[in-house]
Design a protein around this ligand. Sequence first.
Ligand SMILES: [Zn+2]
Ligand SMILES: [Zn+2]
Length: 751
Amino acid sequence: MGTVRTAVRVEGVVQGVGFRPFVHALATGLGLTGLVGNDLDGVFAEVEGPRAAVAEFLRRLERDAPPLARIERVTTRAVAPERSGAFVIAASDPRSGLRRTLVSADTATCADCLRELADPADRRYRYPFINCTGCGPRFTIVRDVPYDRPLTTMAPFEMCEPCAAEYHDPADRRFHAQPTCCPACGPRLAISAASAASNGHDDPLQAAAELLRQGKVLAVKGLGGYHLAADAACERAVAALRQRKHREDKPFAVMAADLAAARQLAEADEAAAALLTSPARPIVLLPRRPHASIANDAAPGNRQLGIMLPYTPLHHLLLQAVARPIVLTSGNVSDEPIVYRDDEAIQTLKGIADAFLTHDRAIHVRTDDSVARTFRGRPMLIRRSRGYVPEPVTTQTAFPRPVLACGAELKNTFCLARGRHAFVSHHIGDLENAETLRSFTEGIEHFRRLFDVDPQVVAHDLHPEYLSTKYALDLDGVDLHGVQHHHAHIASCLADNGRTAGDGPVIGVAFDGTGYGPDGTIWGGEFLAAGLAAFERGGHLAPVPMPGGAAAIRQPWRMAAAYAGDPEVARRHPDRWAAVVAMAARGINSPLTSSAGRLFDAAAAILGVRDAVNYEGQAAIELEQLADPAEDGVYPAAVGAGVPFTIRAADLLHAAVEDRTNRVPAPVIAARFHRGVAALIEAGCLLMRDRYGLGTVALSGGVFQNLLLLHDTVSRLEGGGFRVLVHSRVPCNDGGISLGQAVAAAARDRA
Ligand SMILES: [Zn+2]
Ligand SMILES: [Zn+2]
């Protein structure tokens, strides 16, 4: 049995996740000698010993890898044996090569750390910053790569002797855990002084819990920014929070101590429970229990509740101390981004929070909580941010040249891509103020450094007024690709499903609120014959005027006027009705739109759900809540024969008005409207199949966040023999646009 030596290279998320100690333990356990180390490409190792033992090492390397590791590729080559006597951990080599190493996402406190947190004999007993290579802060504290403590916001905290000993011990769970620390050497919790004194607790955590129990609003510094917290069952506290935050109707998320506590508030099936307890710990939208003890103001008019479980040791300790669920919502005013710097937090939140529970570990990148739900047992991300970012979306084919995609205007994300990795950014927000624009430009610079991407191809929306478009057009020395908004949605759905250019075109159904159409109208109810590189507009909802332009987005009653001239809506707006109808008829300040979002708005106004909205998509969300899922009546809509064909969606609204006149209950009408939209999508797809010979449908656009519509649409299409692609890894809303732009631009670059 001869001795062999094999050089091994492991690529993927393999740093900061306990990979080297794992390799060390595996190799020594098999009696192998050699070395393991980190470099800019990932992990390198050399193992030497009997051929069978080396083979066993390679088998277990992938099979038994640490839970947070994401191995993308293992390559091996034979090298000459060195007869070395031991297995050692080599020093990191930061010198050369691409920065291919992947920084992992922030990860919820692991079971081992939770056990220590609860153990009075442990030196980190009740320490709110406990972490290890298997859990803790990552993306939010990384300033640069390689991922090493001096390049994180943990740099100012010098490790004490016991921590340093663990950090340097390959057999220890905290071997090279960059954020490792303890009460003696790590960050400390603090509470604003006046409030601590007022209730006599000198422990900041107990003082904070006491304030929450008293119905106070607390600002809490979390992983990616400040949150505002209040006792979720306390009407007074939640009402005060809502009023001070100027957040009129948007639902607040709730944090529950554990899965059992979450299940008292909402229904979570197995798939939802898996998502709730996953290391990413997103906010999961769940059906609310009718008698859940939650303040009315937490999620007004909503049958869903956004719930998350604690994801930092601080959250665990706080929830235990308060002993009841808390509302936990972004620390910001109205639509501004979540605050993350200590000075700005005090400045911005002092009028909202009664006290601040904070600490001295800096947050480098502002990162909001992610939001998800499940569809047919699969996760469906609605906002992809903390816990997921910056792990790349892996694509089937490589990007020929490095790409930057600038995304859309609302719910903006950007995307940097190279090789087979698309690094879709954290949620930046609506690009309509200086603060979000700064997050956008600084975020792009940060990602460029972190992942060593120097974009040569830049993709952007066609809308000339989007700040993201203007940013792209200002760049020098790059190849620019304008990608139509709805084509980007479909390309995003294709990439989400691992489709390549070679898979050929699909029927893309892109239903959303607003997107710039090359014909000068506003698109948003589109049937596209689409591949990654190009598309043809095969059909769309018949365009209607949007009286007053943007005003029609804020005031859905205007769409009811334009669409159906509904007399009951007219009665609610006697002063402006005639003017708005005339405006629409004459086309004055009334751009034409085929938007499905505006169709839902009109239906919501007709049903008296909402005449004005406080946030994008609100009318449609409330219409979905109203609908009776048991009703299976369907409103029909006429499909025109032209090329591209048009669908007369106004038929749905006329049927709704007629039903309402006949005193059909509103939940029944709302359901028939939803089923009518699903039916018209099916009709459109059948026509597309006839004309283009395509059998696969990709569904994208924010309208498909509507689960009632999505379920009905997918069942109908599958019943009609179509293969249906829906989103999972990236949002169907505009948060997924940047990925679609990136793959579309790459497909053209390749051509
Ligand atoms: Zn841990
Ligand atoms: Zn320490």
